[in-house]
Design a protein around this ligand. Structure first.
Ligand SMILES: NC(=O)c1ccc[n+]([C@@H]2O[C@H](COP(=O)([O-])OP(=O)(O)OC[C@H]3O[C@@H](n4cnc5c(N)ncnc54)[C@H](OP(=O)(O)O)[C@@H]3O)[C@@H](O)[C@H]2O)c1
Length: 284
């Protein structure tokens, strides 16, 4: 099977290439095709003719999207539509990676794929438009919504916490947003397995369990042996970030579980991530 990865240089894309050795993978970066440009996307698909296309490329700057909605929509909405159209034309199936930020966080239980979406920020709105474009322009697709990604290939939350504690003995972290941290290695393996089983429809794919950013920071420091650093909880209002974020965006594992699949708990995934950092020499 030939699998085209669009977004191959990103945090998730990098781990997809590392974890997926069972098929013929074709990595594509923005240098191979800018997904905002239909002709470039069309020519990439015509050249590679994959059985499956995995689209991980996105404009992922959540706060930056607020000041520049046109950038977020150009990539996440129209760019995704360009890919959906070109993928359909060559008879490829499409796997799209979406987000928990589609939800407004008012639910009292983990979100299921069929729950109504109501994104609070521009990034979430642009990804919702991307999902809609796929449903309108293609019929052979699988959408995996995920959340709070961390991985060794790029800067991410636990890495920023570890870097911050090199120069500071006290940190403040938001404690009133709950979600599920997800390791890009684990997500990459799950995407590989879902594609290989020819999955379809909308799924929620995160590591199991949930926490606040504050708890995520505490656990990162504990597992990294940096217990002496003091972390204090603050509120979302106190953090004064440009983009609104849902107070609760935990995604239910039920859609995966019914396929006989499950992800490990986020704390175990975090320890695998820290092990990878140690092996890379990025953590003492
Ligand atoms: N990070 C999270 O916490 C999170 C949470 C939920 C969902 N997601 C979703 O998960 C997916 C992967 O996220 P990630 O964190 O791995 O992203 P990332 O590290 O920011 O990588 C995104 C990639 O998108 C590519 N890209 C951006 N604009 C492009 C364009 N116009 N044309 C072609 N490629 C373009 C970039 O390619 P180049 O490097 O080649 O320029 C970049 O490597 C995204 O769809 C994101 O929306 C992420």
């Amino acid at each position: 099977m030939r699998v085209l990865i669009i977004g191959a240089r990103g945090m998730l894309g990098t781990d997809l290439l590392k974890e997926w050795t069972t098929d013929e993978l074709i990595p594509a970066s923005s240098r191979d095709a800018d997904i905002r440009v239909p002709e470039q996307v069309h020519s990439l698909l015509a050249r590679t003719r994959p059985d499956w296309t995995v689209l991980t490329a996105a404009y992922t700057d959540v706060d930056g999207s607020e000041g520049h909605p046109e950038n977020a929509f150009a990539v996440n909405a129209r760019g995704t539509e360009n890919v959906a159209r070109a993928v359909k034309e060559v008879g490829s199936r499409l796997f799209f990676v979406s987000t928990d930020y589609l939800f407004d966080g008012t639910s009292a239980r983990p979100y299921e794929p069929g729950d109504p979406i109501a994104p609070l920020n521009v990034y979430g709105q642009s990804k919702a438009a991307g999902e809609k474009a796929i449903r309108e322009h293609h019929s052979e697709w699988c959408i995996a919504r995920t959340s709070w990604l961390f991985g060794a290939a790029r800067a991410c939350f636990p890495e920023k916490i570890l870097r911050a504690c090199e120069t500071r003995s006290e940190l403040t972290v938001v404690a009133d947003q709950l979600g599920s941290p997800t390791f890009t290695r684990d997500l990459a393996r799950m995407i590989r397995d879902l594609v290989r089983m020819d999955a379809r429809g909308t799924l929620h794919v995160t590591n199991e369990g949930s926490c606040s950013w504050f708890e995520f920071a505490q656990e990162t420091l504990r597992q990294a042996g940096r217990d002496s650093v003091r972390v204090s909880p603050i509120t979302t209002a106190e953090a004064r970030r440009p983009a609104r974020r849902p107070p609760y965006s935990v995604l239910s594992p039920a859609s995966l579980n019914t396929l006989g699949l499950r992800m490990r708990p986020w704390r175990d995934a975090l320890s695998a991530y820290l092990k990878e950092l140690r092996e890379m020499g990025d953590l003492r």
